[in-house]
Design a protein around this ligand. Structure first.
Ligand code: PMP
Length: 359
């Protein structure tokens, strides 16, 4: 059998070491994973109840169009229901977009380092990937604009950016969006939007009515606390959504996930509370870096990319032996850094004291 040549040389995505593997390898009873930016407080209590109820109908295929969830998301953003495409995580929306827009010889423009799935999916479709280096950890939108040519089909703006946690402000985003040719799709991937506190962060969804070439990605995997259930969505103009829908699998979001996402959306107090706690923990962690002279990238997310002036791999190994799985910056394009998802107060304090004891 001959596998599509664009898959050659690609490795499966490795989103952090699995907890069970670490427990087994190191003989640890308890391991805390702070590697994939999930919500350390889990999900709203109402999510558990919604899941219990949805379990009773698992013999039946889910509603492929996710009608109830669609209605709720449309209300939340004050948009039409036809403007939304759901994915098995926003990962799948990225896949659908690449499948729908890219052929061999086309190209995408991304920042580097950024979320790796843009490149991964574009490469599978045979497209070229133009990677524009971050400047001070932030997208250089002028350079990204300059990288656009007649082959460009998609520009991915990861805002806030994973793995740096930094953001593009409204002024920079608008100046970019206005200039991008109308036949190039601008994707604003806002997986961490619920955590953003910067006042000049762009409010992109209302822009869609004036920009047919804008798509906004959101997810239920981060602040909403249901990463394992895999729900994310894209918002764009209705005719574009209609055009890419055939690239979506018919039952890509399951009924338990849909019910959980609906319940999660209903409890905005929970999200607001998580945002406050996250901000407090972020400030404590950033202050720890300041006090110790550790370089870090100011974050608008629930993770922090920082350096203790040692190779990321060494810090990763040390914390792993102590039962904390974080991300080694060497694999993220920041060799002397680690990316730590902010955990609960106790978890964060423990990591800081482990680092202090060690250094
Ligand atoms: N975009 C960004 C920037 C992310 O960090 C992630 C998750 N790590 C995703 C998209 C994918 O999230 P999901 O598929 O869980 O919705």
């Amino acid at each position: 059998m001959k596998i599509k040549s664009t898959l050659h040389g690609l490795t499966p995505y490795q989103p952090g070491k699995p907890m069970e593997e670490v427990k087994r390898e190191l003989g640890l009873d308890e391991v805390v994973k702070l590697a994939s930016n999930e919500n350390p407080y889990g999900a709203s209590d109402s999510v558990q109840a919604a899941i219990q109820e949805a379990v009773s109908s698992i013999a039946i295929y889910p509603d492929g169009g996710a009608a109830k969830l669609r209605q709720k998301v449309a209300e939340l953003h004050n948009i039409d229901e036809q403007q939304i495409i759901f994915g098995n995580g926003s990962d799948e929306v990225i896949l659908i977009l690449c499948r729908a827009l890219l052929s061999a010889g086309d190209s995408i423009v991304t920042a580097t380092p950024t979320f790796p799935q843009y490149k991964h999916n574009a490469v599978i479709e045979g497209a070229n990937v133009i990677e524009v280096p971050l400047v001070n950890g932030t997208h250089d939108l002028d350079a990204m604009y300059d990288a656009i040519d007649e082959t460009t089909k998609i520009v991915f703006v990861c805002n806030p950016n994973n793995p740096s946690g930094t953001y593009v402000n409204e002024e920079a985003f608008m100046s970019f969006l206005k200039r991008v040719p109308k036949d190039v799709l601008v994707v604003s991937d806002e997986a961490y939007e619920e955590y953003v506190t910067a006042e000049d962060y762009p409010d992109t969804i209302p822009l869609i009515k004036n920009y047919d070439n804008l798509m906004v990605l959101r997810t239920f995997s981060k602040a909403y606390g249901i990463a394992s259930l895999r729900v994310g969505y894209g918002v764009a103009n209705a005719s574009f959504i209609q055009g890419i829908e055939p690239g979506r699998e018919p039952f890509n979001t399951n009924s338990i996930a849909q019910a959980a996402a609906l319940a999660a959306l209903d409890d905005q107090d929970f999200i607001a509370d998580c945002k406050v706690k996250n901000k407090e923990e972020l400030e404590l962690f950033e202050a720890f870096c300041e006090d110790n002279g550790f370089p870090y990238y100011p974050s608008q997310t629930n993770f922090l990319l920082f350096s203790v002036n040692k190779p990321g791999g060494e810090v990763f190994d040390y914390l792993l032996r102590k039962g904390f799985i974080v991300r080694n910056g060497e694999a993220l394009g920041f060799p002397s850094y680690v990316r730590v998802t902010l955990g609960t107060k106790e978890q964060n304090e423990r990591i800081r004291s482990l680092l202090t004891d060690w250094l």
